[in-house]
Design a protein around this ligand. Structure first.
Ligand code: TIU
Length: 222
């Protein structure tokens, strides 16, 4: 058991029963020229999470921990895209439309895939999800259950959207989540702060908040 300094109190991490979950580090959200930037967002705020997440990913691989990657996106025929999601935002170029990196958030397109720095390797499941939460309409819970996973170290984007939704879903299913504050990112600094505060409030109502350095130290990889 590795003891990770975190808030609201230390997180006892058992690598045999803990998975690293990297949420939606996709070009469409993170890369310059992608969907996120086309919507007027500063992707630098998200890109800050890449380097520390890579260090955590390398440590998890070294330790033989289960690593799971998620991607938000839809079937090419868009049959799993709710009309409400398609219409939301009244965007000129939205989900399913042709964007600078291929059709936006469509599986198989360049922009939908994970950034090169965090590219999955063989044996690391990729969970394609149509929603914000990684448990909704996916086999993530089955994968975790079958591997005996009870804890999640969570990285990815965006903190208040897909990360928070997934942590809440995981919490209700009985998983303990440690969210690494330097490995998650938001286009909105105020949401980054609030989203992390919500997780660890009230004695860790949704989970724990730590950082990559403390995790790596606890795993003797610091
Ligand atoms: N992955 C994820 O967070 N999807 C989003 O749509 N995030 C936004 O912040 N828009």
């Amino acid at each position: 058991m590795a003891v990770v300094q975190a808030e609201p109190y230390e997180f006892g991490l058992d690598p045999a029963h803990c998975a690293l979950l990297i949420i939606d580090m996709q070009r469409d959200f993170v890369d310059p020229g992608g969907f996120g930037e086309a919507l007027g967002n500063d992707v630098a705020l998200l890109r800050k999470a890449i380097a520390p997440t890579r260090r955590v990913l390398e440590a998890a691989r070294d330790l033989g921990m289960l690593v799971i990657h998620t991607r938000e996106g839809h079937r090419p025929d868009l049959t799993d895209l709710p009309p409400s999601k398609k219409l939301r935002g009244r965007l000129k170029t939205g989900i399913g439309d042709r964007g600078p990196m291929g059709r936006i958030l469509v599986r198989g397109e360049y922009g939908h895939d994970i950034v090169d720095e965090l590219k999955p390797v063989a044996g690391e499941p990729i969970v394609d999800k149509p929603g914000k939460g990684a448990f909704y309409a996916t086999d993530l819970d089955a994968i975790l259950h079958d591997r005996g996973i009870r804890q999640l170290v969570v990285c990815g984007v965006t903190t208040e959207v897909c990360v928070n939704t997934t942590v809440r879903e995981a919490n209700d299913r009985g998983y303990d989540c440690l969210v690494l504050e330097d490995c998650v990112g938001s286009y909105f600094p105020e949401f980054q702060k609030a989203a992390l505060a919500m997780i660890k409030a009230q004695g860790g109502i949704f989970g724990w908040v730590g950082n990559s350095q403390r995790l790596l130290e606890a795993l003797n990889k610091g």
